[in-house]
Design a protein around this ligand. Structure first.
Ligand code: UDP
Ligand code: MG
Length: 317
């Protein structure tokens, strides 16, 4: 295969402390790969400023002025990391490239792995997923919730690779297929796994954040996880139906038992505590199920409105 034009996509949200070092480091990576004759000279960086309130965009624009290999896009406001990634993928498809790698601005993902990504691409893979070797840099809570999420997703039938963050290479072919998916809340980890293109894996080390703080909090991680589940599996809805059936059946059995006791043993049913407990438990389960169905209704609601995924403010090509 001919050597590719590589685009590196970097989503940035309030990353003024990291973005300069990230650009310089990733330019070095590009230059190194060009020197090794693995990618074409017109490979470039594409930074997506996800509505930062700090100096992130002015740093990107400064770099662009000096070096046109640094391109960028600024959102009008914060739309979230997935939208920034999608915008990056769409942006580089429009500008033109043979393959694109997405990497975080804090360079937590080992940028040296990009060479391996490109090698796998040259060997014929359309998607190369980066897999974390470990989760040493994560807190106990994130470790646990991440593990639970990947396990749950697999049980629910959406087979996404475990410990794959959005550090991956995708080919032009994959980018073109993405265009066929109009859903606004596209969950990239699920999508690239679902399309069925030839996939390879690269294992990389995770480093501590360069500087600044994580831009993800509990709520944004929950939102991402829920979107992942509700856009790639309807198994929870089926479980709700099964649960409803089992509960009704249980109620029926209890009813039969009560009648038998009354008729044959003349026991008036007692068990006040049991009644209260059952009421609370079943009431809770019902509300949980309603909430779960609500998540899917919400998903439909958001998609049906078909609002734009993101709004561009400035693009530097
Ligand atoms: N990010 C973004 N928009 C957001 C939140 C995060 O573009 O609303 C970017 C962020 O700048 C970084 C990447 O997504 O480049 C990953 O975020 P972060 O490192 O804060 O997440 P963590 O590594 O803690 O999961
Ligand atoms: Mg990070």
């Amino acid at each position: 295969m001919d050597k590719p034009v590589l685009a590196i996509i970097i989503p940035c949200y309030n990353e003024e402390l990291c973005v300069k070092a990230a650009i310089e480091r990733l330019l070095d990576v590009l230059d190194d790969l060009i020197k090794k004759n693995k990618i074409k000279k017109d490979s470039y960086l594409y930074l997506v400023d996800d509505g930062s309130h700090d100096k992130t965009w002015s740093i990107i624009a400064d770099f662009h002025r000096k070096n046109s290999r640094i391109k960028g896009l600024k959102f009008i406001r914060n739309f979230g990391n997935q939208k920034a990634l999608i915008a990056g993928l769409e942006g580089v498809r429009n500008i033109g490239c043979d393959c694109a790698v997405s990497i975080d601005a804090d360079l937590q993902q080992d940028e040296c792995a990009i060479e391996e990504f490109v090698d796998k691409y040259t060997e014929g893979a359309d998607i190369v997923s980066g897999i974390r070797k470990d989760r040493k840099t994560d807190g106990l809570f994130k470790k646990f919730t991440a593990l639970a999420f990947y396990k749950l997703m697999n049980i629910l039938g959406a087979k996404i690779p475990q410990n794959h963050s959005d550090y991956r290479l995708v080919s032009k072919k994959a980018l073109n297929i993405m265009e066929l998916y109009p859903e606004k809340y596209l969950f990239l980890r699920g999508f690239f796994n679902e399309v069925g293109l030839k996939t390879a894996f690269v294992y990389f080390n995770v480093k501590p954040r360069m500087s600044g703080e994580s831009k993800f909090n509990f709520m944004s991680l929950m939102t991402l996880a829920l979107n992942g589940i509700t856009s790639y599996s309807i198994v929870p809805l089926r479980l709700v139906a099964v649960l409803g059936f089992l509960m009704a059946f249980f109620g029926f059995l209890v009813g039969v038992e009560t009648i038998i006791e009354k008729v044959f043993w003349h026991n008036s049913p007692n068990g006040w505590a049991t009644a209260i407990i059952l009421m609370c438990v079943f009431g809770g389960i019902q509300l949980f199920c309603l909430g779960l169905i609500g998540e899917y209704v919400g998903q439909v609601f958001r998609e049906v409105k078909a609002r734009p995924r993101y709004i561009k403010d400035i693009e530097l090509k």
